[in-house]
Ligand binder design. Sequence first.
Ligand SMILES: Cc1cc2nc3c(=O)[nH]c(=O)nc-3n(C[C@H](O)[C@H](O)[C@H](O)COP(=O)(O)OP(=O)(O)OC[C@H]3O[C@@H](n4cnc5c(N)ncnc54)[C@H](O)[C@@H]3O)c2cc1C
Length: 485
Amino acid sequence: MDKAINKKLRNKIFYSNLQWPRFLLNKAFMAHLLLPQIPASSLPASTPARRTPLPTRLSANPQSSASPSSILIIGGGLAGLAAATHLHAAKLPFLLLESSDGLGGRVRTDSVEGFLLDRGFQILLTAYPEARRLLHFPSLDLRPFYPGALVFHSGRLHRVADPFRRPIDSLLSLPNPIGSVLDKLIVGIHRLRAPTSSPETTISHRLRALGLSPSIIDRFFRPFLAGIFFDPDLSTSSRLFDFIFQCLAAGDNALPALGIGAIPTQLASNLPSSSIRLQSKVLSIVPGNPPDVNLAGGETLAANLGVIVAVDQPEALRLLPQIKTASRRPARRTVCIYFVADRIPVREPVLILNGSGEGIVNNMCFPTNVSASYGPAGGSALVSVSVVGDGGGAGRSDEELAAEVVRELGGWFGPEEVSSWKLLRAYRIGFAQPDQSPPTELTDKDPRVGDGVYICGDHWSSATFDGALVSGRRAAEALIRDIQV
Ligand SMILES: Cc1cc2nc3c(=O)[nH]c(=O)nc-3n(C[C@H](O)[C@H](O)[C@H](O)COP(=O)(O)OP(=O)(O)OC[C@H]3O[C@@H](n4cnc5c(N)ncnc54)[C@H](O)[C@@H]3O)c2cc1C
């Protein structure tokens, strides 16, 4: 099981051979705990993407296909691309205006010195229902992570495994200090439950209400969920936890072989390139019938059939001051630091969490272990390290931050293991996700925010790939319904 981990580290991973309770080894009990997968037959068939996707970098100023009856979409992240996909399927003309030099928004991948660098550590959960409907997974060539994690605590790495997909690993890890045996049983049993209808609270309250001990919350759930919601306080809505937990149980965590940016690239590949304009920042929306959209270059476009605003929350609040946000907390921030390494201590495609409660690293992994395509052929390994917040001071240089990370990880793996690591790039993401603490309205939020003006984006649903895709569909559906009336 740990063959892929080098010898020194293997000694640090703690297993002990207790006598396992008999009922845990009973096949019937294990089968009973198995969560049913979301049946593919219950979902509409995916539209296969074109095999050769169009690049996400389109011409900054192509011949616009905007006709006088056009719909304008502002923002080319997942929400805007989803809205465009639905409008295109309905054969409605649209023009998507994106301010940056590429599509994808927060979901982009850079190619640097032969390495694929996702702009922040991101994973696709293959059980995301909307993603399953909209994306063609086989073309994404998804590479799964190990279903579980290694957790650094008390100077060692401890394994936490999905009890249903890695039952042996899970049994072997029962006695480790990442929670009690009871905690692990509670987690297993919670997986079986249907989506909860219990009242919305914070994740922290929900975990305690489940009966989980502080040791599993602090050592596993806090770093694991902080890696997803950038919220080590666990003040995010329990609804998000329930959704993610269910998806994790029903599918894999995966990376597309060509980087996370392959997701928007696939969506864009099914749209007419003449309907997309990059480097076209919208300065303002002038209400009216139809609403006008003013671009940074001085151009004004009339959104005859309506405008879909698919930008991030801060920009949405600027463009549409009439929308209200219940958020009282600052947006979530993160720093993702990439290193090139000649030597790495772990060779598995596994997520590694900081369960020590100390240091600035929250989670890390070796993307080249997940897919060799993340690095040059036969070359060095790629290391991805995520820090929640700003890593202890926005004023620090990337080099200072990287030096601290390497020092810290030297304490995990041994200084000789990290001595070859060289900083490749650091991404400081000031707005990773909106605040999602309760009360939230993750479903059924009306996208109509003005006459002919519709809104979407992760802040109008849930701050996940799936939430952004759902919100884009809802905005397009509302617009289509309205223009048909
Ligand atoms: C580091 C990081 C890690 C994440 N990890 C995960 C993960 O593992 N799994 C997961 O499900 N989710 C993850 N998320 C969340 C997920 O990426 C987002 O919820 C989702 O991508 C948001 O999509 P969006 O279309 O709503 O917004 P955005 O991606 O922000 O897209 C908005 C677009 O609008 C453009 N724009 C803004 N203003 C204007 C303007 N005035 N004119 C024209 N265009 C404009 C922007 O350039 C951008 O392209 C992560 C996010 C980050 C940052």
